[in-house]
Design a protein around this ligand. Structure first.
Ligand SMILES: [Cu+2]
Length: 297
């Protein structure tokens, strides 16, 4: 394979990864690594990932080092003669037992984290997340607040064919919504994920997990967001033509601010709040390109 091909292939593999990560909180490793996130188990997942990565690096260096050393030191031009033996039980036992021990060593902390991840008990509040083509609905089960969250207008205008708007000029292009999911910090939030049409997946990397949103099923997950901030994500399951245009924005604020936000929301402020048990009619879906009117210059 030519160098050019390797370069192009490498670029193709890493470009989407880099582009994805850039929109998230991780900017310290050129957007190539996982984000450390802002929840207790996103940090655990990150640490686990780093441990396994370094184990792989050590194995890679040792195995390829031995291989390249053997190829170089015992090459034919130096008159190397192959040994005549085969089937060495000690060697076979060693190369079976060592990887087994490594795998068990990885599996123990990984299982520990996995069990923790599934434990939604003692949640202080519950948010139901419903995926639609192509937006999200959030139901705050405890306070009765419910609304839709879809792609922000400036991104939506810029993405239209022939819009003449440079996407680079749009802040958080395709990663911004009209109504953010507001949540309190340091609170155990249970997320119930489902969908109303096709399979979507709710993914905010900073929270440390990704959940499929499947019609007819409810998947559970939880998060305790430790740091206030804005965390962005996207639908992570190919769900139709506008799959790339249903971002997620989570805004974590202090529990006190959250209380006043709830009170304000219940009073029915400027943002459209769909009351529970409404006719169920969907709001205007701006991501349908045929319905969009471009802003006049
Ligand atoms: Cu989707």
């Amino acid at each position: 394979m030519s160098y050019l091909r390797i370069l192009v292939l490498g670029g193709l593999i890493f470009l989407p990864v880099a582009a994805m990560a850039e929109g998230n909180v991780n900017s310290n490793t050129w957007g190539l690594n996982l984000t450390r996130g802002v929840t207790p188990f996103s940090k655990e997942v990150y640490d686990l990932h780093m441990i396994v990565l370094w184990i792989c690096v050590v194995i890679g260096v040792v195995v390829f080092g031995a291989m390249f050393y053997a190829m170089f030191a015992y090459r034919k031009s130096k008159g190397a003669q192959a040994e005549g033996w085969h089937e060495n039980h000690t060697v076979e036992a060693v190369w079976t037992i060592i990887p087994l021990l490594i795998l068990i060593g990885i599996a123990i902390p990984a299982t520990h984290t996995l069990i923790k991840m599934e434990d939604v008990s003692n949640a202080e509040m519950t948010i139901k997340v419903t995926g639609y083509q192509w937006m999200w609905q959030y139901d705050y089960v405890d306070s009765g607040i419910s609304f839709y969250s879809k792609l922000a207008d400036d991104s939506n205008f810029a993405r239209q064919r022939g819009s003449g708007i440079d996407p680079n000029s749009v802040e958080n292009y395709l990663l911004d919504v009209d109504t953010r999911l507001v949540v309190p910090t340091n609170t155990k939030i249970r997320f119930l994920t489902t969908a109303a049409d096709v399979i979507h997946a709710w993914w905010v990397p900073a929270l440390g997990w990704k959940r499929d949103a499947i019609p007819g099923f409810i998947n559970e997950s939880w998060a305790i967001i430790e740091e206030p901030g804005v965390y962005r994500g996207q639908c992570a399951e190919l769900c139709g033509k506008d799959h790339g245009f249903m971002p997620i924005v989570v805004e974590a604020i202090s529990p006190d601010d959250y209380k006043s936000w709830v009170a304000q929301k219940k009073q029915g402020d400027e943002t459209p709040v769909v009351s529970k048990g409404s006719s169920g009619e969907l709001p205007y879906i701006a991501s349908r390109s045929d319905q969009v009117e471009l802003p006049k210059e």
